[in-house]
Design a protein. Structure first.
Length: 72
C-alpha cells in the first residue's frame, strides 16, 4: 500500500458523546469534565489508560485535522 493511499481513506465524523459512550461500553469510567473535555480512565492490570475526549459536535477525524495542519 502506498502512503498516498492511506490518506485517501474516509473516516467517520462522530460526536464526542458517541465516542464517550463507546469507551464507557468498553469499560472506561468518566473521572472528570473540564469545560468541553471529558477525562476517561480504565485500569488494565497495573496500568491506567487515560483518555481525554472533546465534546465537540461533530468531532472531525484526525485526517481532516491533519490536512488543516499540513496546509498551514
Amino acid at each position: 500500500m502506498l502512503s498516498s493511499q492511506v490518506y485517501q481513506m474516509k473516516l467517520p465524523v462522530v460526536s464526542g458523546e458517541k465516542v464517550i459512550k463507546a469507551f464507557l461500553d468498553a469499560g472506561f469510567v468518566k473521572v472528570r469534565q473540564h469545560g468541553s473535555h471529558v477525562r476517561l480512565e480504565k485500569i488494565e492490570g497495573n496500568d491506567t489508560i487515560k483518555l481525554t475526549v472533546p465534546l465537540h459536535n461533530p468531532m472531525y477525524p484526525f485526517q481532516k485535522v491533519w490536512s488543516n495542519v499540513k496546509s498551514m
